[in-house]
Ligand binder design. Structure first.
Ligand code: G3P
Ligand code: MG
Length: 244
């Protein structure tokens, strides 16, 4: 894996300080000193990769219905919070490159769209970051998507993403030629962490918004944390605080 891996990753772009999965969020993360951002990429009804987390529009926009059945002209007219638009993946990639951010691109296929989503996102990721000094990291809960990414864009590093790491997590990592293990901080077992640490595999945990929990996870040997609390864990803030 490329080094150094930042310890803090802004979750869904800008965490809770900005509308999630927006360019404003990514910009804010960079302003606050974050060196890495995570965002979710799904296909629109027209097959365009866009930044959004849910399969439906209601929670994060003023639109309605399934993302995978909504055309681009509707999607891009929606308000994704505080006047922000839903970004195209291409725009987010360009911004991350411009700001020198490490992008953790989470392939987030709507159910049934695993193959087309992975194909488009893997190909575009390789294209968008060709020649960039800071390379992105692809991840997904969909192992099928990671398999496709491995085959179509082997040069882009992959992280396997689980809620709870299954007993065969290491075999899956090897099969997918992944470099990192991503999992829910609340479900990370000591045995999995010890095995990963012994093998030099970075463990990245989501979503950590409480300083005491962050401290404990780093002490246990976790490499990096995804956070919504950009205000608490901004690297600029941490320079002035001895807490973590
Ligand atoms: O990639 C880490 C984290 O984003 C996974 O959970 O649901 O926020 O995409 P979710
Ligand atoms: Mg995500």
């Amino acid at each position: 894996m490329q080094k150094p891996l930042p310890r803090w990753i802004a979750h869904r772009g800008g965490g809770s300080l900005a509308p999630e999965n927006t360019l404003a969020g990514i910009r804010l993360a960079a302003q606050l000193g974050f060196k890495a951002v995570e965002f979710d990429v799904m296909l629109s009804g027209d097959g365009t990769p866009i930044l959004i987390h849910d399969e439906t529009l209601e929670r994060t926009t003023n639109g309605r219905g399934p993302v995978a059945e909504t055309s681009d002209n509707i999607l891009f007219s929606l308000d994704a919070g505080r006047g922000e638009r839903i970004p195209r993946f291409a725009e987010a990639a360009a911004l991350c490159r411009e700001l020198g951010l490490l992008a953790n691109v989470e392939i987030k296929p709507a159910t049934g769209y695993e193959k087309p989503t992975a194909e488009v996102v893997a190909r575009m990721t390789a294209e968008f970051w060709r020649g960039a000094s800071v390379q992105p990291l692809l991840s997904s809960f969909s192992l099928e998507a990671l398999e496709i990414a491995r085959d179509l864009a082997p040069e882009i590093e992959r992280g396997v993403l689980f809620e709870l790491a299954p007993t065969d997590w290491l075999a899956e990592m090897r099969r997918l030629q992944a470099v990192s293990l991503h999992c829910d901080a609340a479900l990370l077992g000591n045995d999995v962490l010890a095995e990963a640490n012994a093998r030099g595999i970075p463990v990245l945990c989501y979503t950590v918004n409480v300083p005491e929990k962050a401290k404990m996870l780093f002490e246990r040997g976790v490499s990096a944390l995804f956070t919504d609390r950009l205000d608490l864990f901004s690297p600029k803030q941490l320079l002035t605080k001895a807490c973590i």
